[in-house]
Each structure stands twice: as C-alpha cells, then as structure tokens.
Design a protein around this ligand. Sequence first.
Ligand SMILES: [Zn+2]
Length: 300
Amino acid sequence: MLSALRPRKLSPVKRWLAATITLAVAWLACAAPAGKPAAPRPTAPPIAASSAPHLEASPAASHAPDEHDEHDDDDEPPPVAPSASIVAPATAAACNPQQAFEFLERKSYIPVKTKKAEHDKALKFRTQNYGWVKGFGEQSWNPTPAKANAVAITVFGLPITVNKKIIPALRCVEAEIQSSCAAFPYKPGVLSGLRDKNTYRAGEVTNHLYGIAIDIDPLLNSCCGCVKKWQASPLCKKKAKTIWDRMSMPKCWVDAFEKYGFYWLGHDKLQDTMHFEFLADPDQIMVTPGAAKPVAAKQP
Ligand SMILES: [Zn+2]
C-alpha cells in the first residue's frame, strides 16, 4: 500500500499539465473576493454611448448620499419560507407595461420640513401598498408591517426576499429578458432585496425597507455616488465615457425592468447602477382579464 504513496516519475508533458492545473487553482483561490461569492463575469457586448442616460458630472448628492453603505448579508432579514403559489412564470401577453410614478422617484423626494403633506404622499403610497415600516409614516395608514409581506423567491436562478406584491412584476421582467435579451447574455451572481436598516439620511427612506427594491451584483454594477466605500470601487476610478462603462449589466436588462414599472437608480445622482425599485401601480402589473388592452395606471 505504501508504494502507492511514493511519488512516481512523470513524463514532461504530465509534469507541465500538473503545474498548470496547480497554478490555475491557486489563481482562482486568490481572485475570489474574501467572504463574497464571485459573480460570473458576463460577456455582454459594449453598448453605444448614444443610448446611455445622462451621467452626472458631480456624483455628490445634496442629501442622503449613503444608499448602499452596507451590502453585507447581515442586512438581510431572516429567510422567509417560499410560497409555491407565486412562482408561476409570467407570459408577456399578461404583463402590463407601466412607467414609474414620478412622485415616487428619488429626485422627487420632499423633506418633511419643507412640505409635510407632499412628503407624506409618497410615504403613504408605500405604506398603504406594501406595509408599514416603523419610524416612517403612520401605522394607521396600514397596520400590517412591510416585513409581514416578505416572501422568499427565486429570480434569475437566485434566492431573494421581496414584498409579495411586486413578484408578478419581477416575473414579467424575467420573461421580457428571456425573450428580448438573448443577444446580451448576462447571468447575475448575487441579488439583494428586503433589508432591515435604512441606508438613507435626512428622513428619506430606502425602498429596500419595503421589499420593493433589488440590487444586482454590487461588485459588478457600481454606485459611484454612494458612500466612500462604494466610490472606492475600481469601476468608479476607471476612465468612463458613460455610466455603462462602469457596470456589467446590459442595457437590455435595464430596459426590461423599466418596461414593467421599475425605476433604475443609474439615472439618479447616486449613479446606483445595481439598483431597481418598483415605483408603478402594484394593482396594474398584470392585464385585467377581459380588458381589450393594457390599462395605463393613473398617478395618484
Ligand atoms: Zn439598492
């Protein structure tokens, strides 16, 4: 038996092969970021600069520049049991294209000190539709906590916890990407949805607290207007003509999300390219059975 453990003489070709494999294994071990799973690098072709949104010259936000200061898994609430009744895929014909409501967009945020009624309008809409978050708005608007509406699902082949009301919209996005984005292959490695902590300041509230925001591959899709930790990303240091040069996700994916009511924070001063939030009407995600054509949602 001992003879099996003795080193055997290898031919030069086998020695070269063994050395190459050893080097490759060592390189892979070093390349993976500590403590985080390495997301697969997509092979999307470059996107024309003309199709890019406006890139803010100065990424500094006047308020609340601290979205995404923490992306650790510790921020995620405990996993929620998946529900079999809401994992059915959507068909494109049943999906109702919608635009995000402007009054819910981050650029429309009104501090409570400026106009309380206007400030409360956006907060009330979120609370009534997705649940109450302690410290934001009144419990009387909706006594059900937002976390009680949290559901664990699989999207793009990855686990995520989101508010159950936006699941049909995510299914519509998935179906749209499957049918329209084959020419721009991209496979996400990490998703993040519902969170426990608010990452904004000055009274603003992150949509992650309601479970209606999702982040895709933070290490591959930069947030150069966020806190310093995120600004330090090599993606934010590199020379870039457009915001698309600082992210891996293809524009086709952004278009698919926007088609079904998600707002992309890549448009915002934060340049938060990993982040989408559902800001349309959750009651109009699917076409109403019997309706002749999709109904455009009315802005409250
Ligand atoms: Zn986010």
